[in-house]
Design a protein around this ligand. Structure first.
Ligand SMILES: [Zn+2]
Length: 157
């Protein structure tokens, strides 16, 4: 496994609409493993492929709950309900944290690294993490949704 270099803002790859994945081959599995490794190394809870310079619809999430490692390939939000407002950050914006409103509950349909379709329901922080990563795959950065920025000393996450 390899720790990949995280792309930081401003880099145009972060604002690209990512391509759909059609080949579920060995390089894809290696990429997914590298993305988890890179995310853990950076102490993040999610990482999208454009954040390592690859404009493809691949994201990984692990918020440290019982759902464990989640691989999202070609994800689509099929429903969302409610709302939550809370702090958010991004590995591509080191040291920047802001308050972002998101749905409280989401249902996401995606494929795993083998191409198998699955549906995941999530709420609260996991829903926030999934939505943040899915936004990345459409070139949408959390800064476009921030209601108010936090001063660094107010925010430990
Ligand atoms: Zn991010």
């Amino acid at each position: 496994m390899t720790i990949r270099k995280i792309v930081e803002h401003p880099n145009p790859v972060l604002e690209m609409k990512c391509e759909t994945v059609t080949q579920f081959d060995k390089p894809l599995k290696t990429l997914v493993k590298d993305m988890f490794e890179t995310m853990y190394d950076a102490e993040g809870v999610g990482l999208a492929a454009p954040q390592i310079g690859i404009p493809k619809q691949i994201a990984v999430v692990d918020v440290g709950d019982e759902k464990g490692q989640i691989v999202l390939i070609n994800p689509v939000v099929t429903s969302s309900n409610g709302s939550q407002t809370g702090p958010e950050g991004c590995l591509s914006f080191p040291g920047l944290f802001g308050e972002v409103e998101r749905p409280f509950d989401v249902t996401v349909k995606a494929q795993d690294e083998n191409g198998k379709y699955f549906t995941i329901k999530a709420n609260d922080f996991l829903a926030r993490a999934l939505l943040h990563e899915i936004d990345h795959l459409h070139g949408i950065l959390f800064t476009s949704k921030v209601i108010a920025y936090y001063e660094n000393e107010e925010m430990e996450r």
